[in-house]
Design a protein around this ligand. Structure first.
Ligand code: ADP
Length: 209
């Protein structure tokens, strides 16, 4: 988060003199208390300053990057997940390839007749199947997919940063967001490397600290 000159000055004053009242900060800057109110509100909300009634403002001791880290660590999967694209186990590799183009995704999730997760198909899984001499129309995806229980998943209340770590550790591009159902996992969303890129850009452009 980018601070204005005046906000930087306020932090310095509070660092040196805190706890200090808003009135006294205003005096030191030769401004009115009312003029400072928005700045004090921003600095308090962002976590740089803390305010105690009848005592005044004091410096929390947290740096901008510490506050940014704290903020990022609160991002939950459900806030950022996108719609999952699924195919049935019996779908052909040809259909899966068409689906991948049509839906413009890099990972498809495979489900059984009860809509429970049974596998994952990546671009390279489909490429690998395509360079053989097989009839892609007759080859069902369950033959070539990565299957349960070897699927790495996440849940809606997981932290985005933990989902990102799983993708790095397993060297994969996406995770299904799943919901526990009586006899399997229902696919309710997806988190991909693109999601993480979006979060990163949003942090910079929207100053979401
Ligand atoms: P690509 O193969 O196109 O580079 P990935 O890196 O995502 O894409 O996939 C690598 C391998 O890992 C593929 O065989 C794929 O089936 C498998 N895979 C992808 N996502 C998952 C996941 N969430 N859990 C388990 N395996 C996965």
């Amino acid at each position: 988060m980018e601070l204005s000159n005046r906000q930087e000055k306020i932090i310095e004053i509070v660092k040196e003199n805190g706890p200090i009242t808003g009135e006294n900060i205003a005096q030191k800057l030769s401004l009115t208390r009312a003029t400072l109110r928005p700045d004090l509100a921003i600095l308090t909300m962002a976590g740089f300053l803390d305010a105690r009634p009848r005592v005044g403002y004091f410096f929390t001791g947290k740096t901008g990057s510490e506050l940014l880290t704290e903020r990022i660590k609160k991002f939950k999967v459900f806030e950022y997940q996108s719609v999952p694209v699924v195919v049935k186990e019996q779908a052909s590799v040809y259909d899966a390839i068409s689906m991948m183009f049509l839906e413009d995704v890099g990972t498809l999730f495979v489900v059984d007749d009860h809509s429970y997760l049974t596998g994952v198909l990546s671009r390279k899984d489909l490429l690998r199947a395509s360079i053989g001499k097989q009839d892609l129309d007759a080859l069902p995806v369950h033959i070539i997919m990565t299957r349960m229980p070897n699927i790495t998943v996440c849940r809606k209340d997981d932290l985005v940063v933990d989902a990102a770590k799983k993708m790095i550790d397993k060297q994969i591009d996406g995770l299904p967001v799943v919901k526990d159902a009586p006899s399997g996992l229902e696919v309710v969303g997806r988190i991909t490397k693109t999601t993480i890129t979006k979060v990163f850009v949003e942090l910079v452009t929207e100053n979401r600290v």
